[in-house]
Design a protein around this ligand. Structure first.
Ligand code: PMP
Length: 316
């Protein structure tokens, strides 16, 4: 069977949040044909509503669909559906400064299959939920443990796309880390077991002086939209930013470490534990670079600073 392609998605409709009906033999339930995205809408003081680079989420979903043998909505179908969903749920968008509306697009193989094959039908849906600011009283550092046994991705696998199975793969290590008091897990590459990959739901950056490095996109980490944006913001602020293979040694020797993702924006890392030894960064754990980049990007996303890059889409 051929992989279904293209955007043959019919006109969508807005319905109240509730359960959906799905066949027990749906492709997503049996063979994991599922992708998702995550983005946020912010309300500005003047009442307007802002999205941040939604076409990037659309493009990432299309790339993921290609890997998962699924058709996907086009960039404009995706963005239009996000806009319509957000506008219809306008009353749930928190007031300026109080949080955002988290938007969760899902694409799944909803048609029935028995033997292993791509599903014959697909469903694209979006749901939203208000979320508070991730950091309520200033940034607070997270403590990560480097995972040396379990991996979230392997070369040639699906680590670079936002498919649902990647998240099931991290639950065990993440739960174990949380039970020991860590905030999350930092994964290593599965071949050499010495290069950094990413955290369960964010990308990682290492700061040394004026140099910032982050693992290059090579098929095993998610190409984060916050990651991509932070690289540009940091460069515009005079930092040298390199996308390369970053070793555990460089991590342990860093001045500062931070993670990036839609949920956290920029999250400072206070300590790293690797093979039983811990390293702490700075005295308060909130490095100046993390703070500076967090402020720059959140101000831009909330429409509080000039959008020189043309990243902010005003939808109302
Ligand atoms: N890596 C993983 C595994 C993620 O789930 C996320 C969250 N989407 C990220 C990185 C960060 O990506 P983004 O900046 O696009 O949210």
């Amino acid at each position: 069977t051929k992989c279904p392609r293209g955007g043959s998605f019919s006109e969508g409709k807005l319905v109240p949040f509730g359960n959906i009906e799905i066949s027990p033999s749906a492709g997503v339930l049996n063979y994991g044909q599922g992708l998702f995205e995550g983005l946020k809408a912010y309300r500005k003081e003047d009442g307007s509503i802002l999205l941040f680079r939604p076409e990037e989420n659309a493009a990432r979903m299309m790339m993921g669909a290609e890997r998962m043998c699924m058709p996907s909505p086009s960039v404009s179908q995706f963005v239009e559906a996000v806009k319509a969903t957000v506008v219809a749920n306008e009353r749930w968008i928190p007031p300026p400064g109080k949080g955002s509306l988290y938007i969760r697009p899902l694409l799944m193989g909803s048609g029935s299959v028995l033997g292993l094959a791509p599903a014959p039908e697909y469903t694209f849906l979006i749901y939203v939920s208000p979320v508070g600011n991730y950091f309520k009283e200033g940034l607070s550092p997270i403590n990560l443990i480097v995972e040396t046994e379990m991996h979230r991705a392997t070369p040639g696998g699906t680590g670079s796309v936002k498919t649902i199975g990647n998240y099931a793969a991290v639950l065990k290590a993440q739960s174990a880390a949380k039970a020991k008091g860590y905030s999350d897990v930092l994964y290593l590459d599965s071949v050499h077991k010495k290069y950094l990959e990413e955290v369960s739901s964010c990308n990682v950056f290492v700061v040394k002086g004026n140099n910032i490095s982050t693992p290059a996109i090579k098929g095993t980490i998610l190409p984060g939209i916050t990651r991509k944006s932070i690289i540009d913001v940091a460069r515009s602020q005079g930092f040298q930013v390199e996308e390369k293979a970053v070793t555990v040694d460089e991590l342990l020797d860093a001045d500062e470490v931070f993670c990036t993702g839609t949920a956290v924006v920029v999250s400072p890392v206070g300590s790293i534990t690797y093979l039983g030894k811990s390293v702490s960064y700075g005295s308060s754990g909130v490095g100046l670079v993390s703070q500076q980049l967090y402020t720059a990007l959140t101000r831009l996303q909330m429409g509080l600073s000039e959008d020189k890059m043309g990243w902010v889409l005003e939808i109302k």
